[in-house]
Design a protein around this ligand. Structure first.
Ligand code: HSE
Length: 433
């Protein structure tokens, strides 16, 4: 039986999950694959806290070099997160001839291409299944299973914390902060939860998916990012009446004018597959030229889901090592199919708008005139009185397909109406048609 020795860096939630899974299913892995992954060293600054799993003597260390310079170790698993130490550890591991597994999407978004080049130069495997959508094997799907297909569109719910928060806000009407605390307790949230709720974590994952899909390693400047902070419970209510739910959506589209990439709270049909993805669950929906539509669904965060993906990478690497086939599946391959970015201002879509107005005769006509001036056609309008004195009203408008730039200009003008001021809520709508 081929033994593959692992050095684990970072013994937090996911690291603990990796150790538990390898311990629990070691015979199964050996039986199915003919390889036996063995934990040789675990490096962490904290080696005293009880993680609920027994670790034999001599495995835990606070000295990173016990992993990076250890000639017995074949595969390094980087689970420290962040981009500074993590980059250093990954580079050193590769330079020392070790294959690497990471769950670190921030690192990949920051310097993925450099690390892939280094791994390629060294003929080493560098895998990152756990970096996107937790336990869903979406990297494998894009990199291997769909390698014969051109990718047209990718939609994703890629952040378990946000989906958990949005689902509970919608279902229970509970306040944002209270639900965020629960997500942190459950181990879904990033160490810095602003990465989750401001859409940054989803943007990192969007970069990884788009880069694989289009053979060009993108970066944060290429993605339009909006988070879920400040979403009003009222908009869940209005959206529901219109047949929609609000999801933090990763949107990647290969349009004839360039690649569109955005992360934003989006109205999706409540009865669509994506609209049915609740709680910590993630999904990725792909349209490709030969297969057509395919959708991948599963747990996107937490100890079990993420550890499952990390261990699947370790097994792939172990099989490659056993068969002397490192780099059999390159971590990332640059291609010729990327022709440029579309840019947020040139993107199109339908929009949900909630505009607060003084409740006086003719005011809606004025607003409708502005939309008309900018070529924005309205699909539906619903006026709601919001105070007992009937002085203010809310107008909820759904537009037909419109250009983002034209919408921005129209809203800029409407914002100059005294009454409207800053009280305009804008969400894009995706109908998946
Ligand atoms: N904080 C992330 C999430 C964990 O909530 O999805 C996995 O990247």
């Amino acid at each position: 039986m081929k033994k593959v020795k692992i050095g684990l860096i970072g013994f937090g939630t996911v690291g603990t999950g990796v150790v538990k899974l390898l311990k629990r299913n070691k015979e199964l892995i050996a039986e199915k694959t003919g390889v036996l992954p063995v934990i040789e060293k675990i490096a962490d600054l904290d080696i005293t806290t009880d993680r609920g799993v027994e670790i034999p003597d001599g495995i835990l260390t606070t000295n990173i070099n016990d992993v990076l310079n250890n000639p017995d170790i074949d595969v390094v698993i980087e689970l420290v997160g962040g981009t500074t130490y993590a980059r250093d550890f990954v580079e050193k591991a590769l330079k020392n001839g070790k294959a690497v597994v990471t769950a670190n999407k921030a690192l990949l978004a920051d310097c993925g291409e450099d690390l892939f080049n280094l791994a390629y130069e060294k003929s080493l495997d560098f895998y990152y299944e756990a970096s996107v959508a937790g336990g869903i094997p979406i990297i494998k799907a894009l990199r291997e299973s769909l390698s014969s297909n051109n990718i047209n569109t990718v939609y994703g719910i890629l952040n378990g914390t946000c989906n958990y928060i949005l689902s509970r806000m919608e279902d229970e009407g509970t306040a944002f902060d209270e639900i965020l605390k629960d997500a942190q307790k459950a181990g879904y949230a990033e160490a810095d939860p602003t990465f989750d709720i401001d859409g940054i974590d989803t943007a990192h994952k969007t970069i990884v998916l788009a880069s694989l899909a289009f053979g060009n390693w993108f970066n944060m400047d290429d993605v339009h990012v909006e988070g879920i902070r400040g979403i009003d419970l009222l908009d869940f209510k209005y959206a529901a009446k219109l047949g929609y739910r609000i999801k933090l959506l990763s949107i990647i589209k290969n349009t004839s004018d360039g690649i569109e990439m955005s992360v934003r709270p989006t109205l999706v049909p409540a009865d669509s597959l994506i609209g049915s993805v609740h709680g910590v669950y993630n999904c990725v929906w792909i349209n490709s030229d030969w297969l057509g539509n395919s959708m991948y669904y599963g747990q996107g965060a937490g100890e079990k889901a993420t550890a499952s993906a990390v261990v699947s990478d370790v097994i792939d690497i172990a099989l490659n090592l056993k068969n002397n086939a490192s780099n059999r599946i390159p971590a990332f391959t640059k291609g010729t199919r990327f022709k440029g970015l579309l840019g947020e201002e040139n993107s199109r879509g339908r929009f949900y708008l909630r505009i607060q107005l003084a409740n006086r005769p003719g005011v809606f006509g004025e607003i409708a005139t502005v939309f008309g001036e900018y070529g924005i056609s309205l699909a539906s309008v619903d006026q709601k009185e919001i105070d007992q004195n009937k002085k203010m009203a809310q107008v909820v408008v759904l537009t037909h397909d419109a250009n983002q730039n034209s919408l921005n200009s129209a809203l800029e003008k409407i914002r100059q109406f005294d009454e409207a001021g800053k009280n305009i809520v804008v969400f894009k709508i995706e109908d998946f048609e």
